[in-house]
Ligand binder design. Structure first.
Ligand SMILES: [Zn+2]
Length: 349
């Protein structure tokens, strides 16, 4: 199947009442792990690359690896998404390269650190939406500011510093016409999200539910949604690692989110943990080995296992064959004719 847009994937997920994991990649092995997991579970899939990933791998390598994935797995709907674009130019360059979906994170200024004003966020996001939709490409916006820092991107601090205000979420969705909306409900990027198992005081699921009530048809996105399972932390520490004790977002909470409008769930840390644990194990148990395949093969398998688990837990498993790809040109036509609605349905308070 050719690369599809996240708009199509998420519209289908909404129809089916499930969520779709969006997994970050930097290299070939991670893409292979995700595609094998998608094949194993018969899942549609979103692969995303951050600015850090584009810098690490270089755009052309990344793009051609994605094309290889689409070619090798014609039965899997696959979207290629830019994670946390920091400016119009970053989104524009991703679209020119061939990404089928971009996130314009206007919640921060272009430095990727300083919270932006609501007006600044609306302005830059609207500009990206106009440019992207004309070309059939999907846009994710963010309202509220996530906690933590990942790949040098983020405001830092606690996830509770700038949680999303439901009224602002409505206004933002109306003013920008985004295809999906990332909200801040207390989660943070990176491994160190919570210092104990999160409860309602730090993970604001009630806020998510309130936003969904006001915007019942808007595809919501949960960032910083790795679960940071203890068994993956333990493998790393058992083989010489020094991770401090930490908690992520429990899968049960994500499933509550999925029942309340969450259609895209970003997962990166869990895969990083799985890869690092598998590599450490080989290094510790077989220090005589030096062929990269001896540790990259189990690393890839460990990531595949985590991704397949998430695909099943999010409900996307089994849905790869539900639909055929809408071409990018037809998506552009859909936006131009108004067939692809960008005005959100807003429910009264
Ligand atoms: Zn994020």
């Amino acid at each position: 199947m050719p690369l599809v847009t996240t708009r199509q994937l998420l519209d289908e997920a909404a129809k089916g009442g499930y969520g779709v994991g969006a997994f970050n990649v930097n290299d070939m092995e991670q893409i292979q792990a995700i595609m094998e997991a998608a094949k194993e579970t018969n899942s549609p899939v979103i692969i995303q690359a951050s600015r850090g990933a584009r810098k690490f791998a270089q755009d052309n390598y990344l793009y051609h690896l994605m094309l290889a994935a689409a070619e090798l797995y014609p039965e899997i709907p696959l979207a290629m998404h830019l994670d946390h674009g920091n400016s119009f130019e970053t989104c524009e360059s991703a679209i020119k390269l061939g990404f089928t979906s971009v996130m314009m994170d206007g919640s921060l200024k272009p430095d990727g650190k300083t919270p932006a004003t609501f007006e600044e966020n609306v302005e830059v996001t609207r500009k990206v939406v106009d440019y992207a939709h004309e070309r059939g490409i999907s846009v994710e916006g963010e309202i509220g500011v996530l906690g933590g820092i990942e790949d040098g991107h983020g405001a830092g601090g606690s996830g509770l510093d700038h949680v999303t205000d439901p009224d602002q979420a409505v206004e933002f969705a109306e003013l920008t016409g985004v295809d999906s909306l990332a909200i801040a409900i207390g989660t943070s990027h990176g491994a160190y999200k919570f210092t104990k198992k999160p409860d309602g005081s730090v993970l604001k699921m009630d806020l998510l539910i309130a936003i969904h009530k006001r915007l019942p048809n808007t595809h919501l996105v949960m960032h910083g949604s790795s679960s940071v399972p203890k068994d993956l932390q333990d493998i790393i520490n058992q083989y010489g690692g020094k991770l401090k004790e930490t908690w992520g977002v429990p899968v049960e909470e994500i499933q509550v989110g999925i029942k309340n409008g969450v259609r895209k769930i970003n997962v990166d840390t869990d895969n990083r943990l799985a890869i690092t644990g598998a590599i450490r194990k080989v290094f510790a148990e077989s220090p005589e080995k030096f062929d990269p395949r001896d540790y990259l093969t189990p690393a890839r398998a460990a990531m595949q296992k985590v991704v397949a688990q998430r695909m099943t837990q999010f409900g996307q498993a089994g849905h790869a064959g539900d639909y055929t790809a809408i071409s990018i040109a037809d998506m552009a036509q859909g936006y131009a004719s108004g067939a692809l609605v960008t005005k959100p349905l807003v429910a009264a308070k």
